[in-house]
Design a protein around this ligand. Sequence first.
Ligand code: FES
Length: 138
Amino acid sequence: MMYSEKVLDHFSNPRNVGEIEDADGIGEIGNAKCGDIMKMYLKIDDGIITDAKFKTFGCGAAVATSSMATELIKGKSIDDALKLTNDAVVEALDGLPAVKIHCSVLAEQAVRSALSDYYAKQGIDPLPIVGEIKMPEE
Ligand code: FES
């Protein structure tokens, strides 16, 4: 199995690891099959994601994709973060082996789960905005 330089870099030197104590949105997502868990913390100011941190208890690809996902959404609007797909994360990492693509879905859904929490905390129903959070299965 071959990993790109970028994947190895984000795995061995992940960006934005940790928690945000006064986070405006916290998401958690797990993959039932591999048992990996990702937690995502967002700070949101005026519709802009001013900070993002994560904790991943999972495989190397899960660590690398969550690291890249936080980098991609920091400084962006909620709308842009909602458009972040796992494909975009994989592309930013110069690819992932096919058997590891599902790990990037965890990163995509962790962001959406944190945004759902953000809306719920404001008393806004997240479903019409964020949609259903998918638990990756494989
Ligand atoms: Fe579980 Fe990668 S093997 S997220």
